[in-house]
Design a protein around this ligand. Structure first.
Ligand code: SF4
Length: 674
């Protein structure tokens, strides 16, 4: 006995694509609903239901947190709008071949054409097509119905008419209808929109049913294309059975048959077809001859042979194509062959986060690899990712040989280093090669893009890289440029990197300079930490450069903030001012006139009588009125007197007795002011 399985059995491109979209959404944890069952196959629909995929009958049944999938048949333009209104998101899984018909009828009807559609008026695909017509449309199911329409509308002969067909329309009826149209309406523009997959499937079913004793058509009883296959096979073979699952295969159907033919609808999962074949061979206990439409070697198991027949041809051929359309999940590409090329989103780039409509547009040219060719359906599945992968590996090898700099995104921090994804390959960067500072925390680098050099390529394409090598080179370049351009007087805004007892080291942008403690403040300070902290931004200027020793001395104090200058500008000799007692010695008290300028009140100038010690009259922090009785510009000393305010008559005598140059003590600011 010979069992022949049609080459075209199994999912067509459009159905496969729609099921794929739903399954992927469910896998991603999305709440999914489909507008009607996604395919006419109860078993697969039940499987999807188990994964939480809900069937709704109208867009307004979609919950606001659900992704609504429009099935491969397509819907009317109005329903498409409703879907957008009610669902969280819409994934339009309308088969591209059906979308093409929507486009034709929409454009032609807007141009004023009357649209004739060959198909089943009640079929959802035909309803959808009519819903894209902007004017009059008529549907005919066979030649008789077409003739009736033309008879009722004799004016059609004079008018512009466009004719399309349902994708699964009966090929023979279409050809006969075409002849009638060409005879009656010579002005009709006829678009043969029967899907290639459908016509091949029907042709094969017709041929197989002519040479088989028994025919099995596997598919959903509600599936239009399955029913058409059944009708085609029934015309040629009396013993034709339509079955949905393997359970329906009965022994009595097979008895006496020398040859059994099996065809399947476009929405029949491969698993069900395999089960049907298995049950048949098991039932009749024979594997005499199995012809499953593929090149099968002797040592292949039944399973392997069947898998081969259900899978399409794989090639690794490189092709060049032009983008025809860009959708959310795939792009359509013309590669100069009769088949239409498709690149699924996951085959576009190694970066799974890319959004197709952001990175590719109609008219772009792409280099691609052929993954699968399906002549029955007229489709070629292509991959840009795989093409890039081959080209990118060459780039990595070249980078290793030539020291070229590559870029990549840090995807993982692992023990001992981090993983960078570059050109679709994982590159290991050891911790010691990840930063300039050994032992640095690598976590902040996660998610960032880094430049690196390839240090080596190990076995099994293990790539090891170094970010540090790049950072070191960058630092050297910055330093060289810095030393070329730096000049005394240059002003920088630098960051304090470290502090010592004698000053602060400031990063000037790759090169450090030092601000001496005396340069940090006009006040007298004991430690730099009193006025700056690590991380502070300081405005500094270059005081001195030692290019040989690579040392830069920096200044920070601003001349116009010099307290002595402020004092001499704002205060005059003999002026009475308020001052604060800041310290006391045996010979007098120091009083602060302004920060950075303290004057001495000699013990003889504290009171109008003789006192033992300053503490008898004054205390630290006390504010007193004092008279400036002497200013030594050279030594930057100020002499003050309280007594002069108490005894004006004796003031001059006191001043003579205590000249400023002898009594005054150096103001703390004087060193800095020089
Ligand atoms: S039969 Fe053709 S038109 Fe219909 S879904 Fe399949 S590939 Fe698309």
């Amino acid at each position: 006995m010979k069992i022949t399985l049609a080459k075209t059995a199994g999912f067509c491109f459009g159905v496969n694509r729609a099921v794929d979209i739903v399954e992927k959404l469910a896998e991603l944890g999305e709440k999914v609903c489909t507008l009607g069952p996604i395919i006419h196959n109860a078993q697969l629909v039940a499987e999807l239901e188990k994964k939480g995929v809900r069937i709704i009958n109208s867009p307004n049944e979609a919950a606001s947190d659900e992704v609504l999938v429009i099935r491969s048949h397509g819907v009317t333009a109005a329903v498409e709008e409703d879907c957008e209104k009610f669902a969280k998101r819409v994934e339009n899984a309308t088969c591209p071949f059906v979308s093409k018909i929507h486009k034709i009828v929409n454009e032609r009807s807007l141009m004023g054409d009357i649209i004739l559609i060959a198909g089943d008026e009640k079929h959802k695909e035909v309803e959808g097509i009519r819903g894209h017509v902007k004017g009059e449309s008529y549907v005919f199911g066979d030649e008789a119905e077409l003739e009736k329409i033309l008879k009722n509308h004799p004016e059609f002969c004079q008018k512009s008419i466009s004719v399309v067909s349902q994708t699964t329309f009966h090929k023979e009826i279409w050809e006969k209808s075409e002849k009638i149209l060409k005879k009656v309406c010579t002005n009709a523009i006829i678009f043969d929109t029967i899907c290639n997959a459908t016509s091949k499937r029907q042709t094969e079913a017709s041929e197989l049913s002519k040479i088989s004793d028994v025919m099995f058509v596997v598919g959903g009883r509600h599936s239009s294309n399955t029913n058409k296959l059944f009708s085609i096979c029934s015309e040629n073979c009396n013993a034709t059975y339509l079955i949905e699952t393997a359970d329906e295969v009965k022994r009595e159907q097979l008895i006496g048959a020398e040859s059994i033919g099996v065809v399947a609808g476009a929405s029949t999962p491969a698993g069900i077809i395999k089960e049907v074949i298995s049950v048949m061979t098991e039932t009749i206990k024979t594997t005499d001859e199995l012809n499953i439409g593929a090149e099968i070697s002797d040592d292949m198991s039944f399973e392997e042979a069947l898998e081969l027949s259900l899978s399409s041809l794989n090639t690794d051929q490189k092709v060049h194509g032009v983008v025809l359309a860009v959708g959310p999940t795939e792009i359509q590409v013309d590669i100069g062959r009769k088949q239409t090329g498709y690149v699924k989103a996951e085959e576009f780039s190694y970066d799974t986060s890319v959004k197709l409509n952001e990175v590719v547009k109609v008219g772009d040219e792409l280099d691609l690899i052929v993954m699968k060719t399906n002549d029955q359906e007229g489709t070629i599945m292509l991959s840009k990712r795989r093409y890039d992968n081959i080209a990118n590996w060459d780039k990595i090898v070249e980078a290793c040989e030539n020291g070229t700099v590559l870029e990549g995104k840090v995807t993982e921090i692992i023990k001992g280093g981090m993983i960078v994804n570059a050109l679709g390959f994982k590159v290991f960067i050891p911790a010691s090669q990840a930063t300039l500072t050994r032992g640095a925390d690598l976590e902040p680098l996660k998610g960032t893009t880094v430049s690196f050099k390839v240090l080596e390529i190990g076995r099994r394409r293990r790539v090891i890289g170094s970010v540090r090598a790049i950072l070191q080179e960058q630092r050297k370049e910055i330093e060289a440029k810095f030393w070329e351009n730096i000049a005394v007087g240059d002003v920088f805004k630098g960051v304090v990197k470290s502090l010592t007892g004698y000053g602060a080291f400031v990063d000037l942008g790759g090169v450090d300079g030092m601000v001496h403690i005396s340069e940090l403040s006009w006040q007298r300070i004991k430690n730099p930490a009193e006025v700056v902290s690590v991380g502070d931004t300081l405005e500094v200027y270059v005081k001195d450069i030692d290019t040989e020793k690579k040392k830069i001395s920096l200044g920070h104090k601003k001349p116009d903030e010099n307290p002595w200058l402020i004092f001499t500008r704002d205060y005059a000799d003999k002026e009475v001012v308020k001052a604060t007692i800041v310290s006391m010695t045996a010979y007098g008290a120091f009083a602060r006139i302004i920060p950075g300028v303290d004057g001495l009140i000699h013990i003889s100038q504290i009171a109008d009588r003789r006192i033992e010690k300053p503490q008898d009259e004054l205390k630290i922090g006390q504010e007193v009125d004092v008279k400036i009785i002497g200013v030594d510009e050279e030594k930057k000393r100020v002499s003050l007197s309280i007594r002069a305010l108490l005894e004006p008559a004796k003031e001059e005598v006191a001043e003579e007795a205590a000249p400023a140059t002898e009594e005054a003590v150096e103001a703390p600011a004087e060193e800095a002011a020089e």
